[in-house]
Design a protein around this ligand. Structure first.
Ligand SMILES: C[S@@+](CC[C@H](N)C(=O)[O-])C[C@H]1O[C@@H](n2cnc3c(N)ncnc32)[C@H](O)[C@@H]1O
Length: 234
């Protein structure tokens, strides 16, 4: 991605051209950083909001849902989880709200800015502050090596699935992310980096029926209604 100007708490408005598309970062009336992609007509602006009904519904799913089982949070309620593909931080926040300490790695600078903005706001929100305090956001390309994940109980990976034209369109937010990042065509390398890190538990979220990452057979898979979790256990 081309160099972009620094984005921080003082950023009010910034227009960026990425991969030939215009993206607009704006600060809204509630001091939230938002991202819109005018070429995707009719799509509203994205903001990372962990107080949203969607995230709160995920948290209400508790420690018996597949995501938490995949990272082992049902057995160790304060597990240290390394999320190597943070995105909008919804899975990471869900895990943190359910007791995990989570390191979130993201390589895209625009998404990093949205994540940092969300954490800043969450720390000031009485119902979100505890969980946000258990989250650490790092700028990192996880395919470059996951030595920094050493010492965590689990690595969690949720790369985007490339557009092969055969699947239903992803959510509007994921379409914006895909145009912004180009999709995660190098996702196979994520698993290699995770396996080399020595972390005992690696959980990969895949669309149902998608092939295994790097064609590597997992120790076990858990099928959900909307996704599958492949587990690589040492
Ligand atoms: C499908 S989204 C993750 C969604 C996330 N689980 C959530 O709950 O919001 C995938 C994200 O992983 C990031 N990503 C993909 N490969 C990465 C890598 N090698 N290193 C760091 N981030 C990566 C992408 O930039 C994108 O933001």
């Amino acid at each position: 991605m081309a160099a972009i100007p620094p984005i921080d708490d003082t950023t009010k408005a910034l227009d960026l051209t990425v991969r030939g598309f215009l993206f607009c970062l704006r600060r809204d009336g509630e001091d939230r950083l938002t991202l819109s992609a005018p070429h995707l007509e009719g799509y509203g602006a994205i903001t990372v909001d962990w107080a949203s009904a969607d995230v709160q519904r995920r948290i209400a799913g508790g420690r018996k849902q597949l995501l938490t089982k995949a990272v082992g949070l049902h057995k160790k309620t304060d597990a240290n989880v390394f999320d190597g593909t943070a995105g909008l931080g919804r899975d990471a926040f869900t895990l943190a709200a359910l007791g995990a300490r989570v390191t979130l790695a993201e390589r895209n600078p625009v998404l990093l800015a949205l994540l940092r903005d969300a954490r800043r706001r969450a720390l000031a929100h009485p119902a979100l502050a505890d969980a946000a305090g258990r989250m650490t956001i790092v700028e990192q390309d996880s395919t470059a090596g996951l030595d920094i994940a050493k010492g965590h109980d689990a690595i969690y990976l949720d790369p985007m699935y490339p557009d092969d034209g055969k699947r239903a369109l992803p959510s509007k937010e994921m379409q914006v992310l895909r145009d912004l990042t180009g999709g995660d065509a190098d996702a196979d390398a994520l698993l290699a980096a995770a396996l080399q890190s020595g972390v005992a538990r690696i959980a990969v979220k895949r669309p149902s029926k998608a092939p295994w990452l790097a064609a590597a057979k997992p120790s076990l898979s858990m099928e959900g209604t909307q996704a599958r979790f492949d587990l690589y256990l040492r």
